[in-house]
Design a protein around this ligand. Structure first.
Ligand code: 3PG
Length: 210
């Protein structure tokens, strides 16, 4: 199964910023316990490359890089084992690098123009960010009119309260965000709170069958 097919089945893309490399085993354990293989490690910290490398040691996980805005970051991510790249905005250089290297990329979009550019590169799964600011569910419904073939990964303001509403849309392949698994929660009590929290999220979406 390729990354995008798998994402469709799992429906969750945890966005994780690492500032402490010593707790990554606990992070992996939380994800593996609940059969959530995805983790998008953001380039919002200098430890992104090292965190991707460490988490990639777990065969159960599908580790990718997020907040990628430059080719250098994309290269660093791939060198350290990233299996996919997510960007906050559509970047032609980063998209072209990923296509050349055959690395799945989910480019960030917020407008019809961004989506059009993604489609021109043959990419029909895009991130929709920041979802809450750019119109949320109403915007996704409107965008699906002219772009029925596009699948969205909304992030930004997606949370425990609204994730089901997003996932009820056929156009939504998965939801992403920092609400799924945070470093803070893992640090709190050796991952117990984080584990319980992810368990609740997984349970909440278990009734969605598509
Ligand atoms: C992203 O880069 O996808 C967002 O910053 C995630 O937003 P969130 O922190 O509201 O989940």
């Amino acid at each position: 199964m390729d990354v995008l097919e798998q994402l469709k089945a799992v429906k969750l893309m945890p966005l994780y910023t690492a500032t402490d490399l010593t707790i990554l085993d606990q992070v992996a354990e939380v994800l593996i316990t609940h059969h959530v293989p995805f983790i998008e490690v953001t380039f919002r910290s200098d430890l992104a490359g090292q965190a991707i490398k460490k988490l990639s040691e777990y065969p159960e996980l599908v580790v990718g890089a997020g907040t990628v805005t430059t080719i250098d970051q994309a290269e660093e991510a791939v060198r350290n084992g990233a299996k996919f790249i997510v960007t906050p905005a559509i970047s032609r250089p980063v998209v072209e690098y990923c296509l050349k290297e055959n690395v799945p990329i989910i480019p960030g979009t917020a407008t019809p123009r961004d989506i059009q550019i993604a489609l021109e590169y043959g990419l029909d799964t895009v991130k929709f960010f920041p979802a809450n600011i750019y119109g949320g569910i109403k915007a996704l419904k409107a965008l699906s009119g002219p772009f029925p073939q596009v699948k969205f990964l909304p992030t930004g303001g997606v949370n425990e309260e609204n994730l089901k509403e997003y996932l009820d849309l056929d156009a939504v392949v998965a939801v992403g965000g920092s609400f799924i698994l945070s470093e803070k929660a893992v640090l709190k009590d050796n991952g117990q709170t984080a584990k319980a929290h992810l368990g609740e999220i997984v349970q909440a979406i278990s009734s969605i069958t598509r």
